[in-house]
Design a binder for this molecule. Structure first.
Ligand code: THU
Length: 131
């Protein structure tokens, strides 16, 4: 799967977003080295703090399907002018499984920027930190 195809999947996932409060749909698509793609959307809640971001939905789907390793890239697509970079909580959740993950942050017009998760969360605390 190309980066462009992964970005497209993330954009399509915005259609499933449940966003009655922010009206800001976000879609995500997580690619594994075996070719599997786990998708996600944001799911908001009347108790706002219980909202789940799109990328965390994708992570939970991957892990709960037995896929914890070999993650190569994640695309995260919002509809704003700015790139949709992952929030701090999601950076931490992604770091647990793939500290070197490639992150493709997509703008509303479909253009995107790439960064390594290790750049987005420098000196992160992960499983190795507990050894
Ligand atoms: N959101 C995501 O799904 N991912 C991000 O990386 C940034 C924020 C969602 C959470 C909430 O539903 C909406 O965007 C506005 O913050």
């Amino acid at each position: 799967m190309t980066d462009q195809e992964l970005v497209q999947k993330a954009i399509e996932m915005q259609n499933f977003s449940y966003v009655p409060y922010s009206h800001f749909p976000v879609g995500a698509a997580l690619l594994c080295e075996d070719g599997r793609v786990f998708t996600g959307c944001n799911v908001e809640n009347a108790a706002y703090g219980s909202t789940i971001c799109a990328e965390r939905t994708a992570v939970l789907k991957a892990v709960s399907e037995g896929c914890r390793e070999g993650w190569t890239a994640i695309a995260i697509a919002g509809r704003g002018e700015d790139c949709c970079w992952p929030c701090g909580a999601c950076r931490q959740v992604l770091y647990e499984f793939a500290p070197e993950l490639r992150v493709l942050a997509v703008r509303g017009d479909g253009s995107y920027q790439e960064a390594a998760l290790s750049e987005l969360l420098p000196c992160g605390f992960g499983p190795k930190s507990l050894q």
